[in-house]
Design a protein around this ligand. Structure first.
Ligand SMILES: [Zn+2]
Length: 266
């Protein structure tokens, strides 16, 4: 795991997986430390103890996809507050253990040390966390998954976006609510307080990243192929193909019509 210092209170955690990177963060208040996503393996979190240095640990999950939450066992998490969206907790009873089981069957040596640690504090729409000298605000932003959130660190203008945006483009799931997703991204795209956009995968940058993701999703929601971006890795070529399929199927479903009818009412 690579640790990168952004400023005196914020570090990024990054690991390379099979063909892509995953990024989380550590945000240090005076008496509390937030670990935002624990990445994919307990090993990824082992070096963080020096940064945490006996301060109270708060873990936050941006969503329950495996590459963001499987590292928790590498932290001293037993007394930690673990905050996530309500739907994230529900996923610990559904797809989260299934995915771990599947990966353990294929590569037992690699994944047998992973322990699933669910959130113990959840919220529905918004949540505010006071770290003393810093305030973190959490907002539900469903789209990539139903439980996805973004975390805004207003003092530094940093928006941690999890997988709600990506470079070159986001990953859809079967029933992604495209209109709601786009509307909530537009809110951030037009916020001048957002100086730095940090997705969990791909390049970081400014609000242009959000703009590009909105354009991609708008094309999909209009039934158009947004086209390919060069250069694209094998992972993103496949993801783009899957996105087109999901958008096409979703446009025929009732869930999509319901979402479309809520287009101006997020
Ligand atoms: Zn991810």
């Amino acid at each position: 795991m690579k640790l990168r210092k952004i400023n005196k209170q914020v570090w990024l955690t990054e690991v390379e997986l099979d063909g892509y990177n995953v990024r989380g963060a550590v945000i240090c208040g005076d008496k509390k430390v937030v670990v935002l996503d624990t990445l994919s393996h307990p090993r990824d979190m082992e070096t963080l103890s020096t940064l945490i240095q006996g301060r109270a640990l708060i873990i936050v999950y941006t969503h329950a996809d495996w590459d963001h939450i499987w590292g928790t066992g590498g932290l001293i998490w037993e007394d930690a507050r673990i905050i996530a969206h309500t739907a994230c907790l529900e996923r610990f009873n559904t797809d989260v253990p299934v995915t771990l089981h599947e990966k353990q069957l294929v590569e037992p040596a690699r994944w047998n040390g992973v322990q699933l640690v669910p959130p113990n504090e959840t919220f529905q729409d918004e949540f505010c966390l006071d770290l003393g000298s810093l305030t973190l605000r959490f907002y539900h932003l469903p789209g990539h998954t139903q439980d996805s959130i973004v975390v805004f660190l207003e003092q530094y203008g940093i928006l941690f976006m999890g997988d709600t945006v990506e470079t070159p483009f986001p990953c859809l799931e079967k029933q992604s609510p495209l209109f709601r997703w786009i509307t909530r991204l537009q809110r951030w795209e037009s916020d001048p307080g957002v100086k730095t956009v940090i997705p969990a995968h791909g390049d970081m940058g400014g609000r242009k990243i959000i703009q590009r993701n909105i354009a991609y999703l708008q094309d999909l929601s209009a039934g158009k192929d947004p086209g390919v971006f060069e250069p694209m890795t094998q992972f993103y070529r496949e993801t783009h193909g899957a996105n087109l399929g999901f958008a096409l199927n979703a446009s025929k479903s009732d869930a999509f019509k319901l979402d479309a009818s809520k287009k101006n009412n997020p």
